[in-house]
Design a protein around this ligand. Structure first.
Ligand code: MN
Length: 132
């Protein structure tokens, strides 16, 4: 038994690898998808406790995927944390507007990552302030 199930929707293999190793340290059960379509299918099948949602994805982007999940009454309580890119100015605002419960800026701050996840899971923290 882990600390909860987290679905990671991320198309970049290196980012996925990093997130996977961090979540393993945190003893979370991890489900992975490389695109939003597969991600949404896994949300319905597994009902994870939290979703880490990349914004830039092939096909449907993370914003539309978030809207779809949050529009579904049976899924809307699942927390969605956007993985926004430091380079993409305005992504954080767009993510929150789309219905994300918070965001984590990439490149990921590995020291604070697990604390941030725990805070979001416990509902203690709505938004991680961007470190700029
Ligand atoms: Mn991406």
């Amino acid at each position: 038994m882990g600390n909860g199930t987290i679905l990671v929707i991320e198309d970049n293999a290196l980012n996925m690898k990093l997130v996977r190793s961090l979540l393993r340290i945190g003893k979370y059960d991890i489900i992975e998808a490389k695109d939003a379509e597969k991600g949404i299918q896994l949300v319905r099948e597994h009902r994870p406790d939290l979703i880490l949602m990349d914004i830039q994805l092939p096909g449907m982007d993370g914003l539309n995927a978030t809207r779809l999940i949050k529009d579904d009454p049976s899924l809307k309580d699942i927390k969605i944390i956007a993985l926004t890119s430091y380079a993409m100015d305005g992504d954080e605002t767009k993510a929150l507007k789309a219905g994300c419960d918070g965001y984590i800026v990439k490149p990921i701050d590995t020291k604070n990552f697990l604390n941030t996840i725990e805070h979001f899971l416990n509902g203690e923290q709505k938004i991680q302030p961007p470190i700029r």
